[in-house]
Design a protein around this ligand. Sequence first.
Ligand SMILES: [Zn+2]
Length: 199
Amino acid sequence: MAGYSETIERLISELGKLPGIGPRSAERVAFYLLKAEQDDAFALADAIRDVKINIRACSLCFNLAEGELCNICADPRRDKSTICVVEQPKDLLALESTGAYRGVYHVLMGHVAPMEGIEPEDLTIAALVERVRAGQIEEVLLATNPDVAGDGTSLHVASALEGTGVKITRLARGLPAGGQIEYANKSILTDAITQRRKM
Ligand SMILES: [Zn+2]
């Protein structure tokens, strides 16, 4: 990519850091932006800036939030006695899209993966235990991915909750083993939630 000015090189290099964007795609997007209307390009820049400034982790469940609490934790109609534990905000969105679940959530911010250096202490498990100990929680529904890492993570969460007396359930196995929640279709997810079983 020799020959581009420093400013264009910088844009291509920044775009190339995005997931799924190789050097050729980064170049194509850079030229799209060069040709775009100034307002459109600035709208993109503003959206990136705003999301970094305004979006934070919900202080209760670690879902993405615009304020102290996310929309779900702040919603008085949600059943606060049931917590659904997911690995990442994308899984929460997939489960929400089913409309089959009326409880609240807890986002672990990943899964246990010792080979990648991710230990149980790196997740939000301690905060979950605190929530269960503090409140009127009756059920914790474990909705980690039905793969090795997800299953292992659920075992860690279940053992951390031991002694709290809370009922622990797991998504039913309509979900294909080794699959990922964010890619599962709505009817499979609905079955998985409504037919959840005790762990
Ligand atoms: Zn929340």
